[in-house]
Write a protein that binds this ligand. Structure first.
Ligand code: MSP
Length: 659
């Protein structure tokens, strides 16, 4: 039988900065969903990628002194770049699109032309407000307190010749789609969209720009580039082969089953996107799911606010699977959630170390201890099941269906909650059946003990299968430890209690989820974050040169001389100051104080030939007089100020004038 297809996407990410845990959240959720669907037997297409055009990228590249393409290449393909992060997080995307890919560029040009030819795109003048960081145009009425309604930042006036998309023409159809179908989920987002955008009246959308060049050129009108959201949204179709020959599975996979997107881009996906698809006459995606944000201290993470959490640091400290699990288990998918390291550690300790980890290690250890690692034949059944047997078996047998219902309604947190109820039930079952007590009399109770342990292995196996979309690597290890062969790791077997062969052999393996010492881990995280921040700083920074000119005569008034250090000592009670006694060629010693103790020990400077400006007015420091200033070169290195005294050839006599 042909498999049912399932096409799911993440948003394509802006490669403007390193991605953070908020971005990772969305991709991990999509990955868990894609893995679940593959497990359940679907023919899955999972697409992710990068959204590389627009003014923001152009500006950032300029700042970095590279071309926009060089800039995005580094963030997409480079170390700790987008692709690297998805590899680290074990993301199983089937395809990766970059909107700078040639086939996508050519396809978007054709799409734009198609909408122009069918009369849905026309030329006009754009007057309005533009939010540069969000790459969004707004009308006056959409602003909140005069600021961008998405990010709250200042918007700019914008007026230019531009092409417009007849979004207004599709208002009724889009309203119908939102109100009368399950296209947009969760349902609470529908009201938001209708009230904020459709009720006030949908205006036509500006879809080209002329004020910058980093975009897909409108091929029939040079000087215009396609609005980045038109370019970006069509990625979901071009990556399958729409309007290009690079791929050929558009007919197979389109329409997408789900676009998973963050709540701030629901507007683009649920209003603009369907309208544009209607315009080109293509089927609409089946669902858009708008998930919530991961917040830090109550606010959205963003690089500009400096409050981003680095997934590399967390993955290194706690492991990729624990991090993936935490993200999906803790925050209801449709709502915002407050991220904290404490919560992450607590979740790992409670669910993974205590509940799941203990269940696996206790069960396998007991099979090892009491049966040499292999349970005897006949252990699957028990003639007189006790209430606790019946309860555990019923819960574990029914888990797959409950889990499936939650996954199908995009509630992975609930699917995980159900799974952990079974894990907790299994741990309680250990306490109720007290295998260590049964083991005291193996002749009398050996068969019962074998049955108890079989039940525990079975419950663990079923939970392991259903946890595998969330923690693929750890569950593969779990299957080895409980001795579950490939046939017992399937979706079908997750609903078939008793699938595990009776004489399965368990293997004692590594502790899957070691308990974390909260204080120690928090300290280590802090150190790692500080280290990463430092590493991200530019290696060398120098102060920009002054542009204001100084006239020659003024410059000549500064008297720079070579001076020799006769003596040098630290000034008492000062951490910074050194006191220099200098030969300046006049025959009278000159005293200069300099705040350079951080970089030099006094004894290392005696005998050196330095440069000083000698005609500054005297200045008192710590009660001592300083007559002039020693000249140094300064720069910043990895965020730290660095200083080098200018030392010159000792052949230069004291008092020689610099000119
Ligand atoms: N390029 C657009 C998407 C175009 S899709 C055709 C974009 N990119 S983005 O890099 O800014 O964001 C990508 C996704 O990450 C969005 O869904 C956004 O909501 C999500 N997140 C960014 N920060 C987030 C959190 N703090 N929490 C959860 N998701 C967050 O938008």
């Amino acid at each position: 039988m042909e498999k049912k297809k399932f096409y799911i996407t993440t948003p394509i990410y802006y490669p403007s900065d390193k991605l953070h845990i908020g971005h990772t959240y969305c991709t991990v959720a999509t990955d868990a969903m894609a893995r679940y669907k593959r497990l359940a037997g679907y023919d899955v297409m999972f697409l992710t990628g990068t959204d590389e055009h627009g003014q923001k990228i152009e500006d950032k590249a300029k700042e970095a002194g590279v071309t926009p393409k060089e800039f995005v290449d580094r963030i997409v393909e480079g170390p700790q770049g987008v692709k690297d992060l998805w590899k680290l997080m074990n993301i199983s995307n089937d395809r990766f699109i970059r909107t700078t890919d040639d086939y996508h560029v050519a396809a978007v040009q054709k799409i734009f032309k198609k909408m122009y030819d069918n009369g849905d795109i026309y030329k006009g003048t754009y007057k309005g407000k533009y939010c540069k960081p969000c790459e969004s145009f707004w009308t006056e009425s959409q602003l909140v307190d005069g600021k961008c309604p998405d990010c709250g930042r200042e918007v700019q006036d914008a007026e230019e010749e531009a092409y417009f998309f007849r979004l207004s023409k599709y208002a009724d159809k889009v309203r119908d789609l939102l109100e009368n179908t399950d296209f947009l989920q969760p349902r609470s987002r529908v009201n938001e969209m209708v009230k904020n955008f459709i009720d006030p009246g949908l205006e036509d959308l500006c879809v080209s720009r002329t004020s910058f060049t980093w975009g897909i050129p409108v091929d029939f009108d040079p000087g215009h580039v396609v609005y980045v959201w038109v370019d970006a949204l069509f990625n979901y179709t071009t990556a399958m082969g729409y309007m290009n020959d690079e791929h050929s599975d558009y007919d197979h996979y389109w329409p997408a089953d789900y676009h998973f997107v963050g709540k701030e881009i629901v507007r683009f996906h649920s209003i603009i996107w369907p309208a544009m698809l209607m315009s080109v006459g293509e089927p609409l995606p089946k669902h858009v799911f708008g998930h919530g944000w991961l917040l830090l201290d109550g606010g959205k993470m963003s690089k500009s606010k400096g409050n981003v959490v680095d997934p590399y640091i967390l993955a290194k400290q706690f492991g990729v699977d624990a991090l993936r699990f935490f993200l999906m288990r803790t925050f209801p998918f449709g709502s915002d959630g407050n991220f904290s390291n404490e919560l992450l550690i607590q979740t790992i300790n409670t669910d993974l170390a205590n509940d799941l980890g203990n269940l696996v290690s206790r069960t396998t250890a007991m099979v090892g201890k009491y049966f040499g690692g292999t349970l005897p034949e006949g252990c699957k059944t028990w003639d007189a099941p006790e209430a606790c047997d019946r309860d555990l078996i019923a819960m574990a047998s029914g888990l797959r269906n409950a889990y499936e219902a939650h996954m199908e309604s995009c509630a992975p947190h609930n699917a995980l909650a159900e799974t952990f109820k079974v894990i907790q039930r299994a741990n309680k079952y250990i306490d109720e059946t007290a295998p260590w007590a049964l083991a005291k009399d193996m002749d009398a109770n050996g068969a019962r003990l074998a049955h108890v342990l079989y039940n525990l292995l079975e419950a663990t196996r079923i939970c392991g299968i259903l946890l595998s979309p969330f923690m693929p690597d750890s569950m593969a290890k779990l299957f080895v430890q409980i001795g579950a062969p490939a046939g017992c790791q399937t979706w079908e077997s997750a609903a078939a209690w008793g699938s595990l062969p009776e004489t399965t052999t368990v293997t004692k393996g590594e502790n899957l989820f070691p308990r974390i010492d909260m204080d120690k881990a928090l300290e280590e995280l802090e150190a790692a974050e500080a280290e990463a921040k430092k590493a991200a700083l530019p290696a060398i920074e120098v102060e920009p040169q002054l542009t204001e000119k100084v006239d020659f005569d003024t410059f000549c008034k500064s008297d720079f001389r070579a001076v020799k250090v006769k003596a040098c000592e630290a000034v008492k009670k000062s951490a910074k100051l050194l006191k220099f006694t200098l030969d300046d060629g006049t025959g009278v010693d000159r005293q200069i104080l300099s705040g350079i103790h951080k970089w030099y020990e006094p004894e290392d400077l005696v005998g050196k030939t330095l440069i000083a400006i000698v005609n500054l007015p005297p200045r008192k420091m710590m009660g001592l007089e300083s007559n002039g200033m020693l000249i140094s070169a300064v720069h910043t290195e990895k965020g730290e100020e660095a200083l080098h005294l200018i030392m010159v050839d000792d052949a230069i006599p004291a008092g020689a004038k610099l000119c």
